[in-house]
Design a protein around this ligand. Structure first.
Ligand code: SIN
Length: 556
């Protein structure tokens, strides 16, 4: 059984604030900054401020800033990439607000690379029909966004509680008799992740901005902190998640060997935006004849084409292909300084050599169901950024729409909460009986199973085998497990991985970044979102079309 709370030492301290924000990436910081002038804000992060995925974003932020480009074209590219599952109104709102979001960031002090006339230099990535990606220091766009927001949020008086693990969302009942988020149980941890003390932070608004869950896979572009903690906590609190099966695999992380695990260096799609070409080990092009945009096709198309080519094992090479950017010559070093460094650290000189690359888990298109203002189905509980499923990305996110979304949604939510907070509710005591934790030692098996069976190409037999392995891990959840960051993360990874597999098994079609060898085409009946809930009897799915088999509706 999946635990409904994370075991931890007893609460020994309390705090009360107007707004508690969980997570310190672009979305959480933008929300904290926007709400701070009027409200007290506590920003809780389990590591340091910049340990999340924002700081690793290379490509940049998508927005229509070129007079030759149009909002309509950005809308159309986003819908096309989303493979029939985007919420068009959300897409239109995001695209319309994106240019102001970039200007706002620049006003806050973000320095973006400029073209000759002083306007932002714009590049292209997969699925975009125009140059509309703003970038900074070549390939360090996320770092610049993180630096700017860190500085501004702290200067504005956002209080930071770092090395603090948000265990569970604490609920209460509002004046309408409905469940409402009342705060969060937080463990302060030491440098080894061991609990120092546990407190209850009560708040009128709980903002979940903890990012994605790339670490459920053995190989990912995401940093180690990205373990789905906020999504798992929201599921335990009764929130609905959606589209969890749509995990985007970035087509090109640096291939560092057959046993590579953990965070892999990203080779930005902007490299292909600057003309780089994918080849297999025999020197044949990978993307010719696959899609009209060839190497700049949407990300799901390129990742799937690479996977297919690797499965054919050209020249006996079945686990990577090659990206040739040598036409850029030494300008590669100035345009992509971090990528150059990562390649050279692994013995590849991208100026003169083709870069070995492979797909890896990169972005969660689904998450806690929310609108672009961060509102979820639960009063007082908000979700922004990658942890949220707003309908912007549909079945496959368009490159560089994510940091833009985090900034727009976070700022909208912060402004709304500055305007009006939900009513105060008293937190209801959680049940005393322990739920058990998964030991940290099980993380490797979980990730290996997920990478083996829930990667770019999936099948019913593989998904069922993975679900069985996860069910066995559930039986290892034990009240004797030592509470620590590593075991809380392991327990959250188990909850998220199980929810992903249940959803992937139920979606009997291929669409966007969910590809099934046994259901190779998109089906009209499946042009819908799949909701996931967790309660005392397990996971439940909502949205399976009547005509389709629904193996995922089984309790896990
Ligand atoms: C990249 O630079 O390729 C990643 C950008 C993104 O994921 O949007």
């Amino acid at each position: 059984m999946l635990p409904l709370a994370l075991d931890a030492p007893a609460v020994t301290w309390t705090r009360d604030v107007d707004v508690v924000v969980l997570g310190s990436g672009a979305a959480g910081l933008a929300a904290a900054l926007a709400v701070r002038p009027l409200r007290s804000v506590l920003l809780v992060t389990k590591d340091t401020l910049d340990a999340g995925a924002t700081a690793w974003a290379q490509g940049g932020l998508a927005a229509v800033l070129d007079p030759q480009d149009s909002l309509e074209a950005h809308v159309s590219d986003t819908l096309e990439a989303g493979a029939g599952l985007c919420d068009e109104m959300t897409v239109r709102e995001l695209v319309a607000e994106a240019p102001d979001a970039i200007r706002y960031l620049m006003t806050l002090g973000a320095a973006f690379d400029e073209s000759g006339d002083g306007s932002p230099s714009l590049t292209r990535e997969g699925g975009h029909s125009a140059n509309r990606i703003v970038h900074s220091h070549g390939d360090q766009s996320g770092r610049e966004v993180q630096r700017t927001l860190d500085q501004r949020a702290l200067a504005a008086g956002v209080e930071l509680l770092d090395r603090a693990f948000a265990l569970d969302i604490v609920m209460g009942t509002n004046s309408s008799g409905k469940a409402q988020a009342a705060g969060v149980r937080v463990a302060r941890i030491d440098g080894n992740g061991m609990p120092l003390s546990v407190g209850l932070v009560t708040a009128r608004a709980v903002v979940v901005a903890t990012g994605g869950y790339g670490q459920v896979f053995a190989s990912t572009s995401n940093p180690p902190a990205v373990t789905g903690d906020g999504l798992a906590a929201a599921l335990r609190a009764g929130a609905e998640a959606a589209d969890l099966e749509f995990i985007q695999f970035h087509p090109t992380v640096l291939y560092t060997g057959p046993d590579a695990v953990g965070q892999q260096p990203l080779i930005s799609e902007a490299v292909r935006g600057e003309g780089a070409i994918l080849y297999d080990a025999l020197g044949e092009r990978v993307m010719v004849g696959v899609h009209p945009l060839e190497d700049l096709a949407p990300r799901d198309v390129v990742a799937a084409a690479i996977s297919r080519r690797m499965a054919e094992s050209p020249g006996g090479v079945d686990d990577h292909v090659f990206l040739d950017a040598t036409h850029l010559g030494t300008s590669f070093e100035t345009r992509f300084p971090s990528i150059t460094e990562a390649c050279r650290a692994n013995g590849i000189d991208p100026v003169t050599q083709r870069i070995p690359v492979a797909p890896a888990a990169h972005y969660a298109c689904g998450g806690i169901r929310a609108d672009l203002d961060g509102c979820t189905g639960i009063a007082g509980l908000y979700a922004v950024g990658e942890v949220a499923c707003t309908g912007l990305h549909g079945a496959n996110r368009l490159a560089s729409n994510s940091v833009t979304e985090g900034l727009v949604a976070g700022t909208r939510l912060g402004r709304n909460l500055a305007w009006r907070l939900p009513e105060h509710v008293e937190p209801v005591d959680a049940p005393d009986s322990p739920s058990g934790l998964l030991g940290a030692g099980h993380r490797g098996l979980l990730r290996a199973e997920m990478s083996r069976h829930v990667g770019v190409m999936r099948s019913e037999s593989g998904l069922r085998s993975c679900l069985e392995a996860l069910a066995e891990l559930s039986s290892e959840v034990s009240v004797g497990t030592t509470a620590s960051r590593r075991s809380w993360e392991a327990t959250n990874l188990l909850t998220v991985a199980t929810a992903v597999v249940v959803a992937a098994l139920a979606r009997t079609e291929s669409r966007g970044c969910h590809r099934r060898s046994d259901w190779p085409a998109p089906l009209d009946d499946w042009r819908r979102h799949l909701g996931v809930y967790l309660d005392g009897s397990g996971l439940h799915l909502d949205g399976i079309p009547g005509a389709a088999p629904a193996p995922g509706s089984e309790r896990v």
